[in-house]
Design a protein around this ligand. Structure first.
Ligand code: GLU
Length: 301
């Protein structure tokens, strides 16, 4: 009974915190549209060797896969349907470089477990959403980038005293997203933890607040966003225990598109767009802009 009362109280606090983000109350820190760069749309750009680009040209706009529930990275405003965050900015920079006005992008929310299929069956032209580059995934899709390097970490309730790092997870219920690298790492390297998988991290966070799980694990970038939005209820603990280089997912055979995106990333890092975009989005969760990692233009295989 006491447990239930505590859970209900926490949910009430969560709802209140969420409500405070709405109009008319003190704003939760969010992406600042007026500080975002305007990306120069390339004129006369052609990429005839890319089947993806050619199909988009015929269609008239790009279709880009993203996340919609990751604060400061990829977030959809439920009222307006507008997407914002660092990943969204990367998607827009790439669109401008490919000759498509970023305003015309059709964003589609795709969960971690469905990214490879979405790219393989042509549902999306490219994907920008905390997507770790690794060899296993490279067998199914291509990756431009990396454009950022995150690390796996842990999110717990603010009053948690027993969990400070992954070694403390024995017997604990740990939530992550199906099809994600953090879930795989917990299952492989911390077999005493009790993994719980949902489609999205926001469902994991709801379960953490309502005491259904003891921790949420994924990239520090994602977890810091949730913690920044509810600092009284949630905290990120310990040090990152993996390297998660973020790439832009493309259909596997489309090397022309992949290399064009690598070039575009390099150009936007050089001209300051990358840093400006970071400062106005992901930077708001508290970490100053790092140096962007070197782009890895790997050969076609
Ligand atoms: N970067 C990790 C991954 O690609 C976790 C974040 C996510 O699920 O998008 O699996």
């Amino acid at each position: 009974m006491r447990r239930l009362a505590a859970a209900l109280a926490l949910i009430a606090v969560a709802l209140l915190a969420a409500a405070c983000g709405k109009e008319g109350s003190p704003p939760v820190k969010g992406p600042k549209p007026e500080q975002l760069p305007a990306y120069q749309v390339a004129t006369g750009f052609q990429l005839p060797d890319s089947p993806t680009w050619s199909a988009a040209r015929r269609r008239g706009h790009l279709v880009v896969g993203v996340k919609e529930d990751q604060p400061y990275l990829g977030e959809k405003d439920p009222a307006t349907g507008t997407y914002s965050g660092f990943d969204i900015e990367i998607a827009k920079m790439m669109s401008a470089s490919l000759g498509f006005d970023p305003k015309t992008i059709e964003f589609r929310t795709i969960a971690s477990a469905n990214r490879e299929t979405a790219l393989q069956n042509g549902q999306i032209d490219y994907y920008v959403g905390t997507y770790t580059i690794n060899d296993l995934r490279k067998k199914q899709v291509g990756f431009a980038g990396p454009y950022y390097i995150a690390g796996q970490s842990l999110l717990v309730r603010a009053d948690e005293k027993d969990i400070d790092g992954p070694e403390d997870l024995a017997g604990k219920r740990v939530c992550s997203a199906a099809g994600s690298t953090p879930l795989q790492r917990i299952q492989r390297d911390y077999p005493k933890a009790i993994p719980v998988a949902y489609d999205t991290y926001s469902i994991c966070v709801d379960n953490l607040i309502s005491l259904q799980v003891d921790a949420v694990t994924t990239d520090d970038t994602i977890l810091m966003g949730y913690a920044a939005k509810a600092p009284d209820e949630l905290k990120v603990v310990g040090r990152p225990f993996s390297k998660e280089p973020y790439g832009i997912g493309v259909p596997r055979g489309d090397t022309a598109l992949r290399l064009a995106l690598d070039d575009a990333l390099t150009a936007h890092e050089k001209n300051g767009d990358w840093k400006k975009a970071y400062d106005a989005t992901l930077g708001l969760s508290g970490v100053p802009a790092p140096q962007p990692p070197p782009v890895d233009r790997y050969p076609a295989s």
